[in-house]
Design a protein around this ligand. Structure first.
Ligand code: ACO
Length: 332
């Protein structure tokens, strides 16, 4: 069954990241790597890294408050919170409940969503569906990570990629007859490929032990080349599929805001969709890959730079561990 869209629109977006910076030059000091290789192969120049004692909640709160301010929404008006993350401050209760308490969003329901890099795309889709089901008119959707806690900084193939950050959006029910908002969503997953990007141990199947920590099996492992190929394919297909579902012809995207994993993946996705790079939002040079924070960080920056204009067709597309992927088409 399909719904009469748009149901929901992004009324405000906010972003924040820890102040600590880790540059390619910093990495050169501890790893057998260099700035030229990292920039050429990934496009990344620096990342934000939280202090050990700087909780995810701290910078997420700043992002959420900014989104609320831009949307003109108070904490009392929030009906629900969906918090996409793979790095919550603690396992119980959810990061969403901690955020609900910190904001004083007393009437909001709250839960976490684990979908890795497409987390925010999944969260928008979930929030829109919950709105359609009558579960609220104003939903806070967060994508935030402290990936530095699951990154192996002695592994040059992953340490160069990941960073910390937070993004948030207020999704609101649109006025009757408004053509602004989410036009189409598309989500997918393939759990058969889980072990190409995963954390081997430290969960319930193999709870944390000193040996696991010693062997660094509580940190991310990735088969980069395989992930790269799968990411290009899935992001290209996701872009096509969301456009098809929105009933829009190829070439109608005004701004592509892709997951910020690797500049070459972004360029390949844009090329497939026939979109020139001037119409693509890129900020991974400043943040690296921040998983579910990556798209909202990029959306907030695009807005701050005046690149988002009313009526524009905006495509959000992401790919990540799972594998998972997804896309959202929005008329801004
Ligand atoms: N510095 C210098 N050399 C390096 C580094 C480094 N940091 N890392 C790897 N190399 C070397 C390798 O050892 C290899 O050397 P060899 O030829 O002597 O064996 C050579 O560079 C090429 O290695 P590749 O792995 O083939 O390099 P590639 O061009 O594929 O780039 C990278 C590696 C950047 C990891 C790339 O594969 C990639 O971006 N993959 C996708 C990663 C990704 O997007 N992950 C996240 C998506 S999901 C999520 O966000 C959670």
């Amino acid at each position: 069954m399909s719904l009469a869209r748009p149901i929901a629109y992004l009324a405000g977006v906010g972003a924040s990241a820890p102040e600590g910076r880790l540059t390619n030059a910093d990495l050169e000091r501890t790893l057998d790597t260099n700035d030229e290789w990292i920039v050429e192969r990934t496009g990344i120049r620096e990342r934000r890294i939280a202090r050990r004692d700087e909780p995810l909640l701290e910078y997420t709160l700043r992002a959420a408050r900014q989104a609320m301010e831009r949307a003109g929404v108070t904490a009392e008006q929030i009906d629900g919170i969906i918090f996409a993350t793979v790095t919550p401050d603690r396992r119980l209760p959810s990061a969403a409940c901690d955020l609900q308490s910190a904001l004083g969003a007393k009437k909001a329901w709250a839960f976490d969503l684990v979908a890795a890099c497409p987390g925010w795309v999944y969260a928008i889709s979930a929030a829109e569906g919950m709105m359609a089901a009558g579960l609220g008119d104003t939903i806070l959707v967060v994508g935030a990570e402290k990936l530095s806690t699951i990154t192996d900084f002695s592994d040059r193939s992953t340490a160069i990629l990941f960073g910390d950050g937070a993004g948030a959006g207020i999704l609101r029910r649109g006025a009757e007859g408004s053509d602004r908002g989410v036009l189409a969503t598309y989500l997918g997953a393939d759990g058969d490929l889980a072990e190409l990007l995963y954390i081997p141990a430290g969960g319930s199947a193999e709870p944390l032990t000193p040996e696991i920590v010693q062997e660094k099996r509580h940190l991310m492992r990735m088969a980069g080349r395989e992930v790269f190929k799968a990411a290009v394919l899935a992001m290209s297909r996701s872009t096509d599929e969301a456009l098809r579902r929105a009933g829009l012809p190829p070439g109608s995207i005004d701004l592509l805001i892709p997951h910020q994993a690797n500049l070459r993946i972004i360029e390949a996705t844009a090329k497939h969709a026939g979109i020139p790079m001037e119409k693509v939002m890129v900020n991974l040079d400043q943040y690296g890959n921040t998983s579910s924070a990556s798209i909202p960080l990029a959306v907030a920056q695009a807005e701050a730079e005046g690149r988002l204009k009313p009526g524009m067709i905006v495509m959000l597309v992401a790919f990540g561990a799972g594998f998972t992927w997804g896309s959202v088409v929005i008329r801004w």
